[in-house]
Design a protein. Sequence first.
Length: 487
Amino acid sequence: MNRLQRPIARIGAITLIVALTLTGCGSRLSYSKVLAENAALGAAGTAGSSAGGSAGSGSATGGALGASAGTPGGGTTSSGGQTSSSGGTNSSSGGGSQSSSGGASSGGASSSGPATGSTINIGQIGLDSGLFGTLFGQAVPALHVWADYVNANGGLNGHKVNVITADSGGDPSTALSDAKTMVNQDHVIAFLDSTDALSTPTLAPYLASVGVPDIAGTDAESQWYSNPDLYPGSASIRQSEDGALQYGITQGKPKIGILYCVEFALICSTAAAQTTKDAPTMGGTVVYNQQISLASPDYTSECLGAKSAGVQQLQFYGDPASAIRLMSDCHNQGYSPLFTTVAIIFSPALLASSSTVAGLVGATPWFPFMVQSPATAQFDNAFQQYTGGPPNSEFDAFSWVGGLIMQAASKNLPAANPTSAELIAGLDTIQNDTFGGLATPVTYQAGQPAVSSTCSFFMTVQGNGTYGAPNGLQQTCLPASFAQGTQ
């Protein structure tokens, strides 16, 4: 199956570690400067992907990446969408098909035809505008693809899904207001695939008080693994950080350097401290640890410092633009360690400079979106059908996995007026499920916080302007002890 290209709607430009954000941290870098820099990269990415990111090989270990399909900030509607009665929110018709919740359910859509039952409203709180929105906004159109596809294939146990979205802009008070409107006015029975990295601490207590589950959000904040009312859709962000470190160590690169952004000092320093603590358990040693600024035009001094310290693997917490500058500056000094990161920063901007960033490794808790295999066939077909092009972002995989969890939880919903409590009962039946190998194992226990899996998938930047998946859909897992302390 060849993969077709589609235009870039928006290029992600964000610090990877923002996905960990518990509270907003002071920034010494203006949003306008970051956005301007990445706008230039975005233009290059458009040209680069049209030149070298076209059809995939059909291989289970890769295939090419088309252009990004992010979405502008604010609420969004899919084809056939309608304005919701909720102030400041939009809705679109979409849906979900049935999936078993056993340890290896595939989440396959039903072949019974379009959903004909009553409509279920599902909410999504997005971070779709501002600096953060340039990355997280990609989740909204991806969620609509899942909804449209599954509505056409049986719905959620026959029910048609209506996805109602709102853009909080990263403001917790706005997110809370939107959530209250969706619960009280739109009567949503769950929130799904919310990119609420800045708002989870505010949203979690409210959703717990009204008994509405939050399913498969950014899964980065501590609440996802301490609050029994939240249902994470993947392993925690710590597993991706450590998974990337482990990948390098198994490649014979045990001497580790860490570069982390000063703009989000609290979050980045927490990540640096966690990986420094975890590295020895995996057989590695952190020999260089340095803050950097995303605004810095040059990272030569950091490259020379890491080189002098004997760093073999340099793990980087930054954004696509600074990753490109870092790797270029290090190469110019004749220094080419293994660069590792979290795959959330992988965007067409990186592909436009693939000759510079070739070899960069990122870990992810969701299946690598460019892998083509029987397990990803419905995913691929859905994006071809509803976008006219291939899946092209890890947020496509993120939203699809969240949808599969929703399908599994809905398989026993009643024919009329399903409730949040009935959906939660379905969620609590999900045990060690990888949804056909597309997710790190997911388990929920009634009344208990979720425990993170310790597994990761891997992605790489290839020198020919594509992304690859060196292990395909094979997961690599750390010991169970790594499930604790999930940041």
